[in-house]
Design a protein around this ligand. Structure first.
Ligand SMILES: Nc1ncnc2c1ncn2[C@@H]1O[C@H](COP(=O)(O)OP(=O)(O)OP(=O)(O)O)[C@@H](O)[C@H]1O
Length: 264
């Protein structure tokens, strides 16, 4: 499979008031087109930092990051980001929030009818076609997240970058959105890099789980290939010995081999 994202020897050192903070060191990762990769690790290990490097929101101190063979030097529409706390503009309706993104990417090439169609298609895809006139404060957290995902998908990104997109949701809404995301990704064949804390979420969604060591100077400890056929069904998988095995592998990595001591 063709590599879409290449991270070569990436290092990230932050300058802080207390001096330099070495967040990531020697991170090497490739993500193929159409692959679903999750980043998992203890709090503060540098998952978001790595995602932000791929998004082009941060520049590495050393090393190089490529997307489709081009250096990632800034954010770009081919790498859409969905954050944990949906970043919808509160004064715009759901429709307008998505339209804004669509217009930014396709505004110069497409006419208004086409822009409207893309906006509506994306909202329908996430099951939000009924709420287009509502403003963010009028809909639930799960619905806001869906609109955020619609906005990202409507830009037809080459890569969908998600930073704990379901982290703030209750367990049932979370499960529902995970299932929807699986269906959407199957339909759109999107490449996804997603940060999560949730072992079950990682196993259910991923082709590969990237497990990160604890910081400072965190790096990739191990990568687990999840060879479970798709479509995946959470209820059937719960008793599948392969699922149980993958889950245990991640838990072993996080809690036996790389357990985190919380500061007293
Ligand atoms: N802009 C910054 N300036 C200084 N230090 C930073 C900055 N951003 C992140 N860090 C530090 O880098 C480390 C990694 O942070 P990061 O947010 O990437 O971790 P994370 O794994 O995503 O954490 P969490 O799971 O808690 O969200 C942390 O120690 C954090 O304090």
């Amino acid at each position: 499979m063709k590599n879409f994202i290449d991270v070569h020897a990436a290092e990230m050192v932050f300058s802080t008031k207390k001096g330099r903070f070495h967040a990531l060191q020697d991170v090497n990762l490739t993500v193929a087109k159409g692959e679903f990769v999750t980043l998992i690790g203890h709090s503060g290990c540098g998952k978001s930092t790595l995602l932000n490097l791929i998004a082009g929101l941060l520049m590495p101190t050393s090393g190089a990051l490529l997307c489709d063979n081009r250096e990632i030097a800034s954010p770009g529409p081919e790498r859409a980001v969905v954050f944990q706390n949906h970043s919808l503009l509160p004064w715009l309706t759901c429709y307008e929030n998505v339209y804004l993104g669509v217009e930014r990417v396709f505004g110069e090439r497409a006419n208004k009818t086409e822009l409207k169609r893309r906006t509506m298609d994306a909202l329908e895809l996430v099951g939000m076609g009924h709420a287009i006139a509502k403003r963010p404060q009028e809909i639930s957290g799960g619905m806001k997240q869906r609109v955020g995902i619609a906005r990202a998908l409507a830009m037809e990104p080459k890569v969908l970058l998600m930073d704990e997109p379901f982290g703030a949701l209750d367990a049932l809404t979370r499960a529902h959105l995970q299932d929807e995301l699986l269906k959407i990704v199957a339909r759109t064949q999107s490449t996804v890099v997603m940060v999560t804390h949730d072992v079950d979420e990682a196993v259910l969604l991923s082709d590969r789980i990237v497990m990160m060591t604890n910081g400072p100077a965190a790096t990739i400890g191990e990568i687990l290939n999840v060879e479970l056929e798709r479509p995946r069904n959470r209820v059937q998988l719960a008793e599948d010995p392969r699922y149980v095995h993958y889950r245990k592998e991640v838990l072993d990595f996080l809690y036996t081999r790389h357990g985190q001591k919380l500061a007293a």
